[in-house]
Design a protein around this ligand. Structure first.
Ligand SMILES: [Zn+2]
Length: 310
């Protein structure tokens, strides 16, 4: 069955998956085999990845929601395991999709670089010079560990020169920024310790990330201050592609979480923008602070379209 599935279009495959998910959701608890067979079939249909547009479609999110529900709440452990396997496959697809986008862009960029710039050896030597130059301009503290941290940040910021985002004559400015970041960290964690070290690792990883030149460039340009930097979340630090993938995964979780908590009410007060019918269920939730209006989550019973508004 798998071979012929690979040839079928995304639309047909997703339509089958929607039907299987509905089947699994509606299977009576007394017949867990039916839900199990459906989930195993969904897993089989998930062996090849989907197009990017399919991964961001309403139907995909709707299935994600149903699969999440089975994973968490089904009475039979085998069904929960099968649903967990599907969820993992889908999460991997979303992440790989984000990764593929990055690789394509990088390939194009490196080709363009080769066409316009000189030999690679010269470029690498330039990078080493820049790092040495920035590090030599750091302000030393009386503490070897703090100096080491400053060097790590200086190394990362010097990449802006190799990136071509900052002129080599700005080495002193980059060193001052590395000093400021470490200064802000010591102000927040005066004893150093575990949190300080973890933050050094997290910041260095993201500042050096070849897929995330924006972070170090924004730091070099003064668009992100040291105080703001050290309080950014992992998502805010990460590259755009990674952020978008995380948002999609969170979106599943949001719909899943609210559905679990809320009693849905039927109404004809809302018209579905997709199928134009007025058969909807909705629930309201305080998603932000208490003095702001509730968010209303609407699901069209007819076509599964979902939307929310404040
Ligand atoms: Zn509809």
């Amino acid at each position: 069955m798998g071979a012929s599935d690979d040839g079928s279009s995304d639309d047909a495959r997703l339509k089958t998956i929607v039907e299987l998910c509905v089947k699994a959701e509606n299977a009576p608890d007394a017949e867990p085999e039916r839900a199990l067979d459906a989930m195993r079939a969904v897993l089989k249909h998930s062996e090849t990845t989907f197009e990017s547009s399919t991964l961001s479609s309403t139907d995909f999110a709707r299935c994600g929601k149903m699969i999440n529900g089975l994973r968490k709440r089904h009475a039979d452990a085998r069904v929960r395991d099968a649903a967990a396997a599907v969820k993992k496959a889908w999460t991997d697809m979303i992440l790989a999709n984000a990764g593929v986008g990055e690789k394509k862009e990088q390939k194009v960029a490196s080709k363009a670089e080769k066409a316009t710039e000189g030999d690679k050896g010269g470029e690498e030597a330039h990078g080493t010079d820049a790092r040495t130059d920035v590090k030599s301009r750091l302000t030393r503290t009386a503490d070897a560990a703090r100096d080491r941290t400053r060097e790590i940040f200086a190394d990362a910021l010097a990449m802006c020169i190799a990136d071509g985002a900052v002129e080599a004559s700005n080495a002193g400015k980059l060193a001052a920024i590395a000093d400021q970041i470490e200064e802000a960290m010591t102000a927040k964690w005066p004893e150093g310790g575990k949190d300080y070290k973890a933050k050094v690792r997290q910041l260095a990883f993201n500042m050096r990330d070849p897929k995330n030149p924006d972070l170090r460039t924004n730091l070099a340009m003064g668009e992100i201050s040291a105080d703001v930097l050290i309080d950014l979340t992992p998502e805010e630090l990460g590259s755009n592609e990674r952020r978008q993938a995380n948002e999609k995964i969170r979106e599943f979780a949001e719909w899943e979480a609210v559905r679990g908590q809320q009693q849905e009410a039927s109404t004809d007060a809302f018209k579905c923008g997709k199928c134009k019918q007025r058969k909807c269920t909705y629930y309201q939730l305080q998603t932000r602070s208490a003095d702001e209006p509730m968010t209303t989550f609407v699901t069209c019973v007819n076509c599964g379209n979902r939307w929310k508004f404040c």
